[in-house]
Structure formats: structure tokens, C-alpha cells
Design a protein around this ligand. Sequence first.
Ligand code: DC
Length: 227
Amino acid sequence: MKKITIAIDGFSSTGKSTLAKQLAQKLQYVYVDSGAMYRAVALYTLQQNLIQDTILDTESLIKHLPSIKVTFQYNESLKASEIYLNGENVNTEIRSMEVSNAVSRVATVPEVRQQLVALQQQMGVHKGIVMDGRDIGTVVFPDAELKLFMKASAHTRAQRRYDELIGSGTDVTFKAVLENITSRDHLDSTREDSPLFKAADAIEIDNSNLSLDEQFDKVLALVQSKL
Ligand code: DC
């Protein structure tokens, strides 16, 4: 059976990971959440006090890069991969607001991107992979057979992330979540290295008014047309 590479890009909380997981499960492909990798580096940066009030000590972070090991390990009982930072499971920690507020800044550092992009490309050498992020169809896998670009209004996205955070017991306001989303949109799409934009050959999916099932059926038909 022919295996392809599926690249999913888009602004934060557009449902990229939900769709990517559904596809990976259906096709028996590997799923990689590239945002989790940037989040793990952001967590390291916070742990080492290399960032304070969004002011990042870029020089020190670059020096630390060789000692930052980001890996994934499959958790049989969760039926999902979990992310590890230097051998420690940080799957929950990387979703905190603190990490969310630091990550876009960390992701602007070209040396960080080079290290993570190399890892991501390695994971995709055998195809049969679904990866989501901001530069997957443009930088990581420019030759991906299927590229999707996900969109939804900022309000819809903030509501989704807010519900997720409240559901996991995080004390947060809707206003803080909306502010985080709009400021990340801005940073992600205006940074110099690998800004978020829709690849010319990517297919746009606006899911503001699509149910998960409707979206999945639509995308599955696209996948089938490539196989
Ligand atoms: O998908 P996410 O919200 O977990 O991503 C976290 C941050 O990581 C996001 O603000 C931008 C950055 N990111 C990136 O620059 N490139 C990627 N391929 C994935 C994420």
C-alpha cells in the first residue's frame, strides 16, 4: 500500500492535532505534534530561567541546545505518543499558560528551528506520517503529497482552548486565552524564520462551521484521491 506524507499547518487551536490524530489512526500512520517539540524547548528555557517576561536570553539558549533532547514515546494504555524532555515525560507540563506565553518567542530562534526541523525530517523519511505545525508544508516537508491549511475565527479558537484548559482543571480567564491566541497568531505569522503562511499547493480548510465528522469526511476524501 502506497504511503504518503500529510502536512497540516495553521494558526493555533484550529483543530490541527485532532484532525491529525484521526487521520493517523485511520491510516495507521505515525502522528507527530511539532508544536509539542517547540513547547518542550520553551519549557526547558523556563526551567533554566532563560526567559523572563518574554525577554529571552537567546545566546544562552543556543549554547544549551546540544543538551536539549526531545523525544516521543508511545504510551500503550493511552494509545498515543507522549513527549519527553531529556528523558522526563512533560506531556502535561508543556500545555501550561506559562509555556504557551513563552513558546512563540522561543520558536523565532533559527538555531532552535534548525535542530527541531532536522529531527522532524528524520521522523518522516519513511513517509506514512501526519505532522502538524506552522511550517510543515512549507519547510519541513515541502514535497508532502497532501498539504492542509486549517483556519477558524480567533473567537472560536479561544473558546476551544479555554474549554480544554478549564476541562483539565486550569484556572484561566477567556480573555487571557484570547489574548494569548491573538499574540501568538501575530508572532507566528510575522517572524523572520519560517513564518506561518499557506503553501501555494495547500488546501484550505475553514472549520469554524464544520463538525468534526464533516471535516474528517472531507479530508479523508482528499487523502484517498492521493493514494
Ligand atoms: O501548535 P501549538 O500551539 O502547540 O504550537 C506552539 C507554538 O510553537 C506556536 O505558537 C508556534 C510554534 N510552532 C512553530 O513555530 N512551528 C511549528 N512547526 C509548530 C509550532
